[in-house]
Design a binder for this molecule. Sequence first.
Ligand SMILES: [Fe+2]
Ligand SMILES: [Fe+2]
Length: 208
Amino acid sequence: MKKVSFTQMKDGTREDYEFLVAEEIGHTKHTADRLLKAMTELDESLSGYQVTRLGHCVQSATRAWRDGADIDWVVSALLHDIGDIYAPYNHDEYAAAILKPFVREQCTWCVQTHGDFQMVYYGHHLDGFDRNKRERHRGHQYFDDCAAFCERWDQASFDPDYDDLPLEFFAPMVREVFDRNPYDKDVIRPGAREPLVNAASAAERDKA
Ligand SMILES: [Fe+2]
Ligand SMILES: [Fe+2]
């Protein structure tokens, strides 16, 4: 396999860097597959709940799907806790960093801040936790969306008896999202708000 000529970046040539850019484009094509593989690692993490972390993520995505939410929402729900593997203290920001170039700004923001919003469900049971941490985001254009994201999909998805769709069901959606051009303005659509619940689309999916 061809390799660059340099051992220090400052000695690299134009040819080296053009070669590396082409290599990198090849590498990025497999992002979705790497993420799906990482999701399976979540199956072992965080004991004590009645569902595994993968089970929680798949259940969140299944609820989003059955609410008729669009692909940006469904993939964001699926990946929202992927940061638990490597970034347990800021897992929300970690997941948001992965999603940011490929989904609507609205979805990235909700994934990024969901940790603060989730505290409303448990903060009062623990010393040193601020149940009202989400209030620091009050007034933000996506506040209500994140509140709904947590209420409908995140906090609700710890049920071992729920009828989850399998991870494979969501794989084509993950591939579609991560095949997009990064930071495409028609995808990011700053300020745009799509509903989490779309009754017509939910009914369509119900029939399928
Ligand atoms: Fe989380
Ligand atoms: Fe979660």
